[in-house]
Design a protein around this ligand. Structure first.
Ligand code: BES
Ligand code: MN
Ligand code: ZN
Length: 499
């Protein structure tokens, strides 16, 4: 499956076992109890027997703690044990995901060129926990490959010690692998530099990762976009030598009733256009296609898992560049469907390319529309780097998204779309303007988008500007660079919409 730009999205093989196999490279065990009295769970009996002193005491002397995610390497008695804190409170799937992420990040960092067999021995019995352990491990082991070098495969195999068996066990593994693989694909695309991943090559990538699935892919190039009236995508993409694309992917299983439309922002690089960004703000803007990466990768996982829901996914791909053919501040753009927009600031390009796709999606008669975008710096100011914004047509729809996010283990926080913010988008020269005052910028962007969805459509907008890209040190199962935020929530959402 991996294509040229997603070659590093390799998931290990995973099996479930009743007890820890011998001759493996690392065994991850848990630390619980209290900070003063840490106890170990999951230690294989032969390791316990080989240890000259009680292992829990050795672990305590080496500083093992039950604090969530804290990793401690124990001395080797047969197998190399890695003790990871499972937290003081009751173990949730997300806590386990984080703990396994920390453990595997540590192990992958020690791997060198070898390919390791790692055992997760954490006494997990429920399918949600088994799934979370695998997801955390796979996501935590990932690192970006240097451009041009062979992708590393630090972890070749993961064995999970569990009493879970039968169909729920198989399903837990299948879910975890399809979802983690999709997250890794999104990360690879986000991490790919913009000279390699641009609208045309991004669209080719979509064709590649959907090969062998039943997904239908349609790519509109700049000629078709112009002919069919996609004025927003054409305006934003017009400043670049790399022409824009609109990609449409459809998952239509027989008998599926609910129709979910996903729309992603695919700005392969955001310079700000004629409203050029300062150097510091521009550097990470290869990540501005993270919304498109998330909806496309999630759609692949939904197809792979055969979820019984009709999904139509759009990715608006363009590069926002300053040039003689750029769209200007004060230009009036005629969007898909005829709405006119006064462009206030060419750096507010995301909402303009999204609006065309949202307007187009009305013809699909969706039951629910969800868009995902690295849309506003304002959302980062409001919610920081680890929590995404959620804005919605109504609270019932917001709750469906928040429930899916909670199950998936991703953080979202709802913001309103107040009437006075909508009013701030009134224009003297067009139907509306692309941005209002600087205050409440995340809500204003949402108000703009909703104009193109229509008041009567159930719709949610996910502003992932903060969590899409981690430009600091890695933590838990989150690496530096592209994170794949929203992929897991979208797959979970599709699962919840099955009938
Ligand atoms: N892609 C940016 C938003 C962004 C900023 C994402 C930082 C990730 C990290 C977006 O296109 C943008 O520039 N938004 C402007 C909108 C403004 C001009 C109305 C912003 O937030 O400043
Ligand atoms: Mn911008
Ligand atoms: Zn942008």
């Amino acid at each position: 499956m991996p294509s040229t730009l997603t070659a590093g999205a390799i998931v290990p093989t995973v099996d479930l076992v009743a007890r820890a196999p011998k001759d493996t490279d690392y065994v991850v065990v848990g630390v619980t109890g209290s900070s003063e009295q840490p106890t170990l769970v999951g230690v294989p009996s032969e390791v316990d027997k080989a240890s000259p002193a009680p292992l829990a005491q050795i672990a305590r002397d080496l500083g093992a703690k039950p604090e969530a995610g804290k990793v401690c390497i124990l001395p080797r008695f047969g197998s190399q044990l890695v003790a990871v804190g499972l937290g003081i409170d009751e173990l949730t799937p997300e806590q386990l995901r984080r703990s396994c992420g920390n453990a595997l990040r540590e192990i992958a960092g020690r791997a060198g060129d070898s390919s390791l067999h790692v055992v997760l021995s954490l006494e997990t019995a429920e399918s949600e926990l088994v799934r979370a352990a695998i997801e955390g491990a796979v996501l935590g082991a990932y690192t970006f490959t240097k451009v041009g070098s062979q992708p590393k495969r630090p972890i070749e195999k993961i064995s999970v010690v569990t009493s879970l068996g039968g169909a729920p066990a198989k399903q837990a593994v299948a879910d975890a692998l399809a979802i983690s693989q999709a997250v890794l694909v999104a990360r690879e695309w986000i991490n790919a530099p913009a000279n390699l991943l641009y609208p045309e090559s991004f669209a080719d990538e979509v064709r590649q990762i959907t090969k062998g699935t039943k997904l239908e892919v349609e790519v509109l190039d700049e000629k078709q976009l112009a002919k069919e009236g996609y004025g927003g995508i054409m305006a934003v993409g017009g400043g670049s030598e790399r022409a824009p694309r609109l990609v449409r992917v459809e998952h239509k299983p027989r008998g599926a009733k609910n129709h979910l439309v996903l729309v992603g922002k695919g700005i392969t690089f955001d310079t700000g256009g004629l409203n050029l960004k300062p150097a510091d703000g521009m550097y990470t803007m290869k990540c501005d296609m993270s919304g498109a990466a998330a909806v496309l990768a999630a759609t692949r996982a939904i197809a792979e898992l055969g979820l019984s829901v009709h999904v139509t996914t759009y990715a608006s791909m363009a590069e926002n560049m300053p040039s003689g053919s750029s769209y200007r501040p004060s230009d009036v753009i005629t969007m898909y469907g005829g709405t006119t927009v006064e462009n206030v600031n060419s750096d507010a390009e995301g909402r303009i390319v999204m609006a065309d796709a949202l307007a187009r999606s009305q013809a699909d008669k969706p039951d629910l529309v969800v868009d995902v975008a690295t849309l506003t710096g304002a959302c980062m100011v409001a919610l920081g780097n680890r929590i995404a914004g959620l804005m919605s047509s109504d609270d019932a729809t917001a709750d469906i998204l928040l429930d899916a996010a909670e199950t998936a283990g991703e953080d979202f926080w709802q913001l309103p779309i107040p009437e006075h913010i909508r009013k701030g988008l009134e224009s003297k020269v067009a139907d509306l303007k692309s941005s209002g005052s600087r205050m409440g910028g995340a809500m204003a962007a949402a108000a703009f988008l909703q104009h193109f969805v229509g008041e009567d459509t159930a719709w949610a907008h996910l502003d992932i500007a903060g969590p899409a890209f981690n430009d600091e040190a890695p933590y838990d199962y989150v690496p530096t660079g592209g994170t794949g935020h929203a992929v897991r929530t979208l797959v979970e959402l599709a699962r919840s919409l099955q009938d």
